[in-house]
Design a protein around this ligand. Structure first.
Ligand SMILES: [Zn+2]
Length: 354
């Protein structure tokens, strides 16, 4: 994530206590003497602790005005990243006063002192937590999936209802979903662990080509038995649907001078042979060879094996069209094309998510 470097001051401060420390801010040049939040001073520099490596969040800076108010609280991460935030936003998003940290007497924190709280989470995690609580997107920071996972735990701890913030198209929903193309099973497990139904359903669409035998014990435990079962059922039902579709060969056409039932039998046999190789010989997650991967999320990702369950209608057509090469009758070829179109359409209608 991005931080602003803070120039160390020449006056080292005493070590910071674990929480509710007071950071002296600059005097209010307006001299209004008002004790409202709007007139609270916002420090532009911060006394460094002994390690001298403190930074300010690029997003939550001292000058950040929200609802026309300047920050009135500093949150300090475990790695000394300072976040300047607004108590009313924090308490508004939290059902437990930010894990009980904001229950103290705020009257003692006036007169030029900006209260600060030390948090055990890293700056990357707090960054996601705060963006979520403010209803902002932090996609541009590209937090890792591990960071997002830690942020979800922190959000729960700080009383933020994650099911609300992971509703479709909320910033946190988009953030989690952004990992689905690259780490689909881990993202699915995360959604399952927190029973984030909408996310789990959407992410499952990225797992059609996933080799289910690669699900580790840890992943299975994390996603839980219900989401694990639903994922297996998704693969199984799609495989059954594909088998059902391919079981029906191209229709016969009326007898013509150049084609007879024996000739048409060639088409039926060629269809049966090709489709048998495709689905009867394939396990749900067995990779198919012989054609280019056209699943976008599988491109360039060696960890993703393309399976018959995740085959696209276009790839299916590419596998079936060579049947025509063995057929000389033009009418038979037309019947083949017609059947391929039907299969493609029906396959595209099969439910692609849990
Ligand atoms: Zn024919």
């Amino acid at each position: 994530m991005e931080y602003l470097n803070i120039s160390p001051t020449s006056e080292p401060s005493s070590p910071l206590p674990p929480s509710e420390t007071h950071e002296p801010g600059p005097t209010n040049s307006s001299g209004s003497g008002s004790e409202t939040s709007e007139s609270n001073p916002a420090p532009v520099t911060i006394n460094m602790d002994a390690s001298g490596d403190a930074t300010i969040s690029a997003a939550f800076q001292p000058s950040l005005r929200i609802d026309d108010l300047l920050p009135d609280l500093t949150l300090i991460s475990s790695n000394n990243v300072y976040f300047y935030v607004h108590r009313h936003r924090i308490t508004g998003a939290s059902s437990n006063s930010f894990g009980g940290l904001l229950l103290f007497d705020w009257g003692a924190h006036r007169h030029g002192f900006l209260p600060s709280l030390h948090l055990p989470e890293t700056g990357d995690v707090i960054n996601v937590v705060l963006h979520t609580m403010y209803g902002l997107s932090c996609l541009h920071f590209h937090p890792s999936l591990e960071t997002v996972e830690a942020a979800l735990d922190a959000l729960i701890k700080y009383g933020v209802p994650i099911e609300t913030y992971t509703a479709p198209f909320q910033p946190l929903y988009q953030l989690i979903l952004s990992h689905a193309p690259y780490r689909p099973i881990e993202t699915y497990a995360l959604a399952g662990r927190h029973q984030l139904e909408d996310l789990a359903v959407t992410v499952s669409g990225h797992l059609l080509s996933f080799d289910l035998s690669r699900i580790t014990d840890d992943l299975a435990k994390k996603m839980g038995p219900v989401y694990l079962k639903r994922l297996f059922l998704l693969h199984q039902s799609r495989l059954m649907a594909l088998k059902e579709l391919l079981l029906k060969p191209p229709a016969n056409h009326p007898v013509t001078p150049g084609c007879n039932p024996n000739e048409h039998g060639k088409l039926t046999r060629a269809w049966a042979l090709t489709t048998a190789q495709l689905v009867w010989d394939a396990m749900p997650s067995k990779p198919i060879t012989g054609f280019e991967v056209d699943v976008p999320e599988a491109q360039g990702l060696p960890s993703v094996a393309l399976s018959v369950v995740g085959i696209s209608p276009n790839s299916l057509r590419a596998l079936l069209e060579p049947i025509a090469e063995t057929i000389v009758c033009e009418s038979c070829r037309k019947m083949l094309q017609q059947r391929i179109q039907e299969v493609m359409y029906s396959w595209g209608q099969v439910k692609p998510t849990i």
